[in-house]
Design a protein around this ligand. Structure first.
Ligand code: NAG
Ligand code: NAG
Ligand code: NAG
Ligand code: NAG
Ligand code: NAG
Ligand code: NAG
Length: 612
């Protein structure tokens, strides 16, 4: 690629005089070529722009020609007057074996000296230059992890291994990313940990298969870290460093079943850092910003020179973009809510689907239903770890037609952030009114409201033609198709009071029975059932049964269960347990049955990708 013409200083001045704020005005220029060209030479106004620090962290060892190509590309890039862009170079030391002073030690010393001399002579005009020359071999993991501890929330690190080459436009793009996705509150998400400039290539959950990217947008979010030009945001990086410390110090391993990177870790262990970071990202549900310019082009390329990662030089992984590569405005970034999010399987994740009123209900039910079935999972009074374990089973079994219901909580919102669809029952205020109007003791009002919301959502499902499951988080299903139509057609109603399961088929008669009056009636039974010492968790199921009996409506009892230790099994379909049993005991037995699939962070022990 030809180097950029270096007339930008002049252009810069002209533009400075003619535009007060690049981000607010489009360029009034009828010549599209000039318009596109000018985007790389403009200065966004520093006011009211944020005052952040950008630190380039170059990691190098013993590859002088690589380092020289890398630093030259960095210094040729376009930076803006007034921006603070510091250069920190970390030089690893060669490995010293005290037992065996090899013949090539002089050569190694010589090479280190040449690298130091080169860096000393290298001029960096855009900020401070700092050199960290190690006394012993740290390796790639420590080189990355020790490169940065952010000193504020306004400091960003861009980590560059020495065999990378950067586009002259890389900084302008990253700056636009920071301004748009970090400092613009309407496009900020706490789930985003940074941005990678490398061409996305790999799907780690699918044996490291190549990514198929043809139709994707120019910017998207993906969980995987990119080691060829990674911008890191300060808060998630600090969080990672603390997490790493805790886990490493306690002897834990960053194993994540189903990921190709776990295989790498098992082979080369602590030489690399990515398995640790990937495990952290997976457990926290975070994402990275990626670009897709098509035609194997990127703003950062790796020359894959022989070294720690490659035994022999492989050559560039992509084509480097420069000013002449664009027929669009590189710095025009999309609003966050128009971007797509992808997990380690490169499957789309739909984040922040939160139902807050009956108006939102219809579209979410339509989007989650599968084969006209919906599973409503109650989060009331459930332990977070148990719920997370249930989702890990859902992921394994490819169960996607579920919707969670619970009161507002940090946990509920976090589940939505991670891509689980939720109903925030606390927002359904009309049911508070209704519950109060039924007029029992205050202690019952919350329970009554819970039952009204569950009955109401069920009603909406039935009206949309969806067969509906109402389940508690105390169960684990044994197969995928179970949550479709798993009973015969003899009845419309199936009740399991012990297992806390309920199934209703959407038929004309069921819709007629499940009226507003029905909802009111089952809520009214709460007080009676409480007096009969029915537990809070079971009241809904008892109330439905009692009402159907009263109306002489046929239903089936699906409490056909047998106990096995503290667990119950229902016809090989479900395993569940009573809410009185201590969690520790249940967990022990689930571990024994290989049904406990969360780790110490309450995060799935593996990633399971299904064909889409
Ligand atoms: C930007 O930060 C520097 C120190 O990092 C400070 O001296 C300067 O006053 C700040 N400018 C503004 C506009 O906040
Ligand atoms: C010493 O190092 C050289 C080269 O690194 C190696 O070939 C040799 O086997 C080593 N000798 C011993 C005794 O470890
Ligand atoms: C070390 O480098 C110098 C030049 O910088 C050269 O004269 C010398 O021969 C080199 N020594 C070794 C052992 O490579
Ligand atoms: C912030 O982002 C929103 C949505 O993308 C956009 O409409 C707005 O102009 C941005 N604000 C600034 C100051 O860039
Ligand atoms: C979908 O439901 C129909 C009948 O309700 C059933 O025949 C079919 O097997 C179901 N599909 C799956 C994938 O379970
Ligand atoms: C009961 O649980 C044990 C493990 O705890 C399992 O091996 C056994 O198969 C189960 N028995 C039945 C009848 O399901």
């Amino acid at each position: 690629m030809a180097p950029a013409p270096r007339r930008h200083i002049l252009l810069l001045l002209v533009i400075l005089l003619s535009f007060s704020c690049f981000f607010l005005f489009s360029v009034p220029n009828s010549n599209p070529k000039a318009q596109i060209e000018s985007q790389f030479h403009q200065i966004p106004s520093p006011n009211p722009g944020p005052n952040f620090t950008f630190i380039i962290k170059v990691l190098t060892f013993n590859r002088l020609s690589s380092l020289s190509r890398c630093l030259n590309s960095l210094s040729k890039a376009h930076y803006d007057v007034g921006d603070k862009v510091h250069l920190h170079v970390f030089i690893d030391h060669f490995f010293q074996d005290s037992q065996n002073r090899s013949a090539d030690v002089d050569q190694k010393l010589n090479l280190s000296k040449q690298i130091l001399d080169f860096i000393d002579g290298f001029e960096w005009k855009f900020g401070e230059k700092l050199v960290h020359y190690r006394t012993s071999n740290a390796g790639l993991q420590a080189q990355w992890l020790e490169a940065w501890w952010p000193t504020s929330d306004h400091e960003f690190a861009f980590v560059v291994e020495d065999d990378l080459e950067l586009s002259p436009l890389y900084y302008r793009f990253l700056k636009a990313v920071i301004l748009n996705y970090y400092y613009n509150a309407s496009n900020f998400s706490p789930s985003i940990y940074g941005a990678s400039l490398q061409r996305p290539r790999l799907v780690p959950g699918k044996h490291g298969n190549k990514m198929q990217l043809d139709g994707e947008a120019r910017i998207f979010l993906y969980q995987l870290v990119g080691t060829w030009g990674q911008l890191l945001f300060p808060r998630p990086w600090k969080e990672f460093r603390l997490w790493y410390d805790t886990h490493k110090a306690k002897g834990m391993k960053p194993f994540l079943d189903g990921m190709v990177t776990t295989g790498w870790y098992k082979r080369i262990g602590e030489k690399i850092w990515t398995p640790w970071f990937i495990k952290f990202i997976h457990s926290h549900g975070y994402f990275n910003i990626y670009t897709n310019f098509g035609h194997e082009q990127a703003l950062s390329v790796s020359h894959r020179d022989a070294g720690v990662n490659y035994g022999k030089t492989i050559g560039p992984d992509s084509y480097l973009l420069d000013e002449n590569s664009f027929n669009f405005n590189l710095l025009e970034l999309y609003p966050l809510n128009s971007l797509k999010w992808y997990d380690f399987c490169f499957r789309e994740v739909l984040t922040n689907r939160i139902v807050k009123s009956s108006n939102d209900l219809r579209s979410i039910l339509q989007s989650v239903q599968k084969n006209n079935s919906v599973v409503l999972v109650s989060l009331y009074r459930m332990s977070e770890t148990v719920i997370r374990n249930m989702f890990c089973h859902f992921e394994r079994l490819n169960i996607q037609n579920y919707l969670l219901m619970g009161p507002t909580s940090h946990f509920l919102l976090d589940l939505a952030r991670r891509g689980h669809p939720v109903i925030d029952a606390s927002e359904f205020s009309k049911f508070s009114q209704l519950a109060k109007s039924i007029n029992f003791q205050d202690s019952t009002v919350e329970l009554m409201k819970e039952i009204l919301v569950k009955a109401y959502v069920t009603k909406k499902c039935l009206e949309l033609g969806y067969n509906t499951w109402l389940v508690d988080g105390n169960m684990l299903p044994s197969s995928t198709d179970l949550f479709f139509d798993s009973f015969g057609h003899a009845n419309d109603f199936y009740i399991g009071k012990t297992g806390r399961l309920f199934f209703v088929r959407s038929s004309t008669s069921a819709i007629k029975i499940w009226s507003d009056n029905f909802m009111y009636n089952i809520a009214s039974l709460v007080e009676t059932l409480r007096k009969e010492a029915v537990s809070h968790d079971s009241i809904l199921f008892y109330a439905i049964e009692r009402f159907l009996e009263k109306q002489k409506i046929k239903y089936s009892n699906i409490d056909d269960i047998h106990a096995n230790g503290t667990l119950f099994e229902m016809k090989n379909r479900f395993i569940f347990w009573s809410s009185d049993t201590e969690m520790e005991i249940i967990q022990r037995q689930l571990v024994h049955l290989d049904l406990w699939v969360v780790d110490g962070d309450s995060s799935c022990t593996g990633v399971v990708c299904h064909p889409s």
